[in-house]
Ligand binder design. Structure first.
Ligand SMILES: NC(=O)c1ccc[n+]([C@@H]2O[C@H](COP(=O)([O-])OP(=O)(O)OC[C@H]3O[C@@H](n4cnc5c(N)ncnc54)[C@H](OP(=O)(O)O)[C@@H]3O)[C@@H](O)[C@H]2O)c1
Length: 432
């Protein structure tokens, strides 16, 4: 049998993550060779600007502006895609697979939107596409779901998988600052992009949830299947009431499976302070997974950054390299998923926190209670603070017992039409 001399690596992107990956490949080459069975050889690195100063020393002759120098090079076995964004990353990934190259990627957008198609292409070409780094940065999530937890039926996942929003919510909760102040601080510290819309609106978390749910439930979940609500409506008052009631507010990505269908949603949620997820602060990520055999597991760690993300990518490279070295024995190809129905969010049943401004006069609460009662929603508690004497307006917070989302939304619309209701300030779901 002819032993492979080395495994050729084509690295697409040399930014935060690509720089971290290149550093590990160059500095830990001996250890990696022992793990894999033969050394990795960094053959080419795709960038946009060859003259840009780089934090990692990569030979300048390895830098290229031409993707074909990687895609058409028969000595490159594994393409690591860390340029990000949907295009041209998707086209490069497809071409790499079609040319019989293995792919390792950190690209959540490409995997969330096109994962099923790419997995099929890889399977047809007898190669693999691995993407551990696309969810939770350095936290191993997909490998446990693909391997260690396979005997389980995964019933529920609660995830904090966007470090930017978790940083903002932590500051709002701990320091009582406004959303705008917390966002500005996150941008100053480099935790949020100048255009942070994808994070703030929950889109980034939805991409990651689509990937997690697809793997955990062996079904295809697309980003557009996911009900998605961001954090920009949250105010200081919501955090004050949450504390008073014994909750934290987190942007949760939630996936549940049962009765032959699944539920997938991303939105801010009240969670009891004693829950472990309520204690996940700053840019950290955490994913709670419930399996029928294993019970509850919690994965916690750094969801981003050069080194944590490189840790996940290199693990995928090692797994792929071992298969290449053993000439295909011990496949790392996950099974392509099927399609399960997705339950609409209108069927959700949960408790709600409702904050509103009302006219400060007798009989108003009775009118609100009647609207809720007409939709079979019962009130668990009410908080009313001092009224504003000038505007004659009072702020009230209602906590409901479990109610159906559809009925809650109908009640809110009806309340908006009541002359005594000045403003519906916020409606937040409670997860217990
Ligand atoms: N940053 C994190 O902590 C993190 C964590 C988990 C996953 N990820 C994912 O990892 C990927 C990379 O993120 P990043 O933070 O490393 O991004 P980044 O710092 O912006 O780096 C992107 C790199 O790709 C190159 N590039 C971009 N578009 C290109 C194109 N069209 N042709 C050739 N080269 C191109 C850039 O070249 P130049 O350097 O010449 O501009 C740069 O080196 C993304 O999919 C991201 O979602 C990132």
């Amino acid at each position: 049998m002819r032993m492979k001399r080395n495994i050729g690596i084509g690295l697409m992107g040399l930014g935060v993550v690509g720089g971290g990956v290149a550093r590990v490949v160059l500095e830990k080459n001996r250890t990696l060779a022992e793990e894999i069975g033969c050394p990795l050889a960094l053959k080419k690195v795709l960038v946009r600007d060859r003259g840009k100063p780089r934090p990692v020393l990569v030979d300048s002759h390895l830098l290229s502006l031409d993707p074909q120098e990687i895609l058409a090079d028969s000595e490159i076995d594994i393409v690591i895609e860390v340029i990000g964004g949907e295009h041209p990353a998707l086209e490069y990934t497809k071409e790499a697979l079609l040319r019989g190259k293995h792919v390792v990627t950190a690209n959540k957008e490409v995997i969330a939107k096109h994962g099923a198609e790419l997995l099929k292409m890889a399977q047809e070409r007898g190669v693999s596409i691995l993407y551990e780094a696309s969810v939770g940065g350095g936290i191993p999530l997909l490998l446990p779901l693909h391997h260690g937890l396979l005997a389980n039926e995964i019933t529920t996942m609660y995830a904090i998988i966007n470090g930017t929003t978790n940083y903002i919510l932590t500051r709002m909760s701990n320091e009582g600052v406004s959303f705008d102040v917390a966002l500005k601080k996150a941008q100053e510290l480099g935790y949020a992009e100048p255009d942070a819309a994808n994070d703030i609106e929950g889109k980034d978390a939805a991409y990651k949830l689509a990937i997690l749910a697809t793997v955990a439930f062996h079904t295809v979940v697309q980003p557009e299947d996911i009900y998605c609500q961001g954090i920009s409506r949250l105010c200081k008052q919501d955090f004050r009431y949450a504390k008073e009631l014994g909750y934290e507010i987190k942007l949760l990505a939630i996936a549940k499976q049962g009765d032959g269908s699944i539920e997938v949603r991303v939105h801010p949620a009240f969670i009891p302070v004693e829950f472990l997820l309520a204690k996940v602060d700053g840019v950290y990520n955490a994913v709670q997974i419930d399996g029928d055999l294993v019970g509850t597991l919690i994965f916690y760690g750094r969801g981003a950054g050069a080194q944590p993300t490189a840790s996940a990518i290199i693990a995928d490279v090692i797994a792929t390299g071992r298969v290449i070295c053993s000439e295909g024995k011990g496949s790392v190809r996950p099974r392509p998923p099927q399609r399960m129905p997705i339950r609409p969010v209108s069927e959700l049943e949960t408790r709600y926190y409702l904050r509103m401004g009302i006219a400060d006069r007798p009989g108003v609460l009775a009118q609100i209670a009647r609207v809720l009662g007409d939709h079979s929603i019962s009130i668990a508690s009410v908080i009313q603070k001092e009224a504003d004497e000038v505007t004659q307006t009072a702020e009230i917070v209602i906590m409901t017992h479990p109610a159906r989302e559809q009925f809650m939304q109908q009640s809110v619309s009806e309340m908006e039409g009541l002359s005594v209701v000045k403003e519906i300030c916020n409606l937040i779901r409670v997860e217990e």
